[in-house]
Design a protein around this ligand. Structure first.
Ligand SMILES: Cc1cc2nc3c(=O)[nH]c(=O)nc-3n(C[C@H](O)[C@H](O)[C@H](O)COP(=O)(O)O)c2cc1C
Length: 168
């Protein structure tokens, strides 16, 4: 896809088919993450944890209770965790990483969604963080869920009134 078309097509996907994501597409999404800009890299880069195991996805999706799935049944999830750094840097790094993955996933025809809620729930669950192999001292800050969306994205609207022009 042209870059512009990728930008116009990225929209949060909250309904997925059961189709597994091909290994090479997962690889491409992770590679896109590794191309993200990183602030204060000497404090350490973001770490990625890939989850495709159905039982673990179910457990993560239910972290806020059984009545809703906070990862929307997506067949793949990448959790981004960061080491401590200057104020705001870990969160911003995590956001850059997720957006790079979101755009790559969109380009590959995969539905995807930026998730904060699942990482917030994980922060209160050190045992599960350990099971997932999240590095000691890292905080999970953002995640991308992805897979084949039930509905193709057809139309996107840009925000209105995003820009204040300096007319001086
Ligand atoms: C920082 C951030 C955190 C988000 N966390 C969640 C989340 O935990 N759960 C969720 O359903 N959507 C989450 N979203 C998706 C937003 O709800 C969505 O991007 C927004 O409604 C705009 O819709 P769009 O992505 O289709 O453009 C998050 C988005 C961002 C940027």
């Amino acid at each position: 896809m042209e870059l512009k078309q990728v930008l116009m097509s990225r929209r949060s996907c909250r309904e997925y088919t059961d189709q597994a994501v091909e290994a090479e597409k997962i690889e491409a999404v992770v590679t896109a993450a590794s191309l993200a800009p990183v602030g204060v890299p000497r404090d350490g880069r973001p770490h990625l944890t890939l989850v495709t195991d159905a039982a673990m996805l179910k457990q993560l999706g239910g972290l806020f209770g059984p009545e809703r799935d906070i990862i929307y049944g997506a067949p793949a999830l990448v959790i981004v965790s960061c080491p401590p750094s200057r104020p705001g840097i870990p969160e911003m790094n995590a956001a850059c990483v997720v957006e790079m993955m979101a755009l790559e996933a969109t380009d590959l025809g995969l539905g995807n969604i930026y998730l904060y809620g699942v990482t917030m729930a994980l922060q209160n669950n050190p045992d599960l963080m350990k099971t997932l192999g999240i590095p000691e001292g890292h905080t999970p800050l953002s995640a991308l869920a992805f897979g084949y969306g039930k509905e193709p994205v057809t139309e996107c609207k840009a925000w209105e009134e995003i820009l204040t022009r300096n007319t001086i």
